[in-house]
Design a protein around this ligand. Sequence first.
Ligand code: PMP
Length: 363
Amino acid sequence: QFSEIPLQPKDAAFSLIEAFHADPFPQKVDLCPGFYRDENAKPWILPSVALAKQRLQADPSEAHHEHLPMQGHPKLLSGARELVFGRDVELQRIASIQTVSGTGANHFAAQLLSEVIKPKNVWISAPSWINHTEIWENVNDSINKRFYPYYRKEDQSLDFTGMVDTLSSQSRPGDVVVLHACAHNPSGLDLSVEQWKTVASVCVEKKLFPLFDSAYQGFATGDLEKDAWAIRYFYGLSHLEFAVAQSFSKNFGIYGERIGALHLVVNSAEAAQRTLGRLLRLQRAQITSPPSYGAKIVATILSDEELFKQWLKDLDHMSGRIKQMRKRLYDELKKRDTPGSWDHLLVEVTWFSSNLLLCHPSC
Ligand code: PMP
C-alpha cells in the first residue's frame, strides 16, 4: 500500500529555503520571510534570551532534563496569558495549554474546535499563512476551507469591504473564522481599531467562532499592547467565546525551540475546566509533555522585571530595524524611479509585503 501513497507536493516555503542554501552565488540575498536576521544577515540571539540562558545554566535546580507538567510550564502559561489578555482578566474563563509552537497551537485549535463546535466551514483570509489551510485539511478534511477576501492586488490594499461582505453573507452560525491578531501573513496589512470592531460585530451577529493567530505580538509594532488590541477587545465583549493560538518563535527569536500556547476563552469556569481536561487528553496522546528548554527561557524572561525590560528593548530593536530597512528600500526604489507604486512598503508591518513577497510563502 505504501507504493500507492500519492506523491506529495514539496512544501513551498521550506523548498525555497533549501534552494537558497544550495545556491553557491556569493551575493545571494535571503528574502524568505520567517526569520529575523541581524546586520550581517545572521540569526540574532536576543540579549534577554542570552541572559535567561545564563541564569538557567547557573541555577542547579534547572540543571535537569525532566518532563514539564502535561499542561506546560506554569510560569510560561501565566506569562503567556498576561501577554495576550493583559492583567485583571477573569482567568477562570480561560483554558490554556502549552503547545508545540504556533503551529501546534493552530493544530490543537483545529482539532478541538472540529470536535466540539463541529463547524461546517472554516474561514481563512485570502491570502493567508500557507499552513492554515494545510492544518485544517489534515485535521478534518470534511470541514470546508472557505476564503474571505483580505488583500486587493490591484491597489495593494486591504479589501475590508470584501472581507465583511463575504463573512456577513456567506458564513453559517458555528463556522470558525481565522483572524491574524497582528502582522497579517503574508500581506503585512492589519485592520484598524474601527475595522476590528466591525469584524467583532459580524462574529457576534453571525455566531462565528473567532480563532486568533497571534504569532507576532510585540514584533509587529514593538508595542505588546497594540499588537494584542483586537484580542483584548474581543475578550471585553461579554459571552463571546474564542481561541488564541500564540507563538513565541518570532518575538523571542527562538524558532527552533517550538514554544507556544493555546488559549480557549469560554463562557464559564466549568466550561474552561472541561475544555482543559480535553486538551490535556489530546496533549497526552500526541506529545505527553511540551518542549522544556525554550519554555524555561520564556518563563524566566516573563517572570523577571529586569529581563522583561530587556526583552521590551529587544522587541523595539527588531521592529525598529525592520521599519528602517523598509524605509531604506522604499527610498532606494524611488531614487531609481522604479516603475510601480511603493507606498505600501511604508504602511505594511514586519517583514511582510504584499507585492514583493506575496509570491513567497513564509514559514
Ligand atoms: N501563524 C502565523 C501567521 C505564522 O506566520 C507563523 C510562522 N510563520 C505561525 C503561526 C507559526 O509559527 P511557529 O510554529 O514557528 O511558532
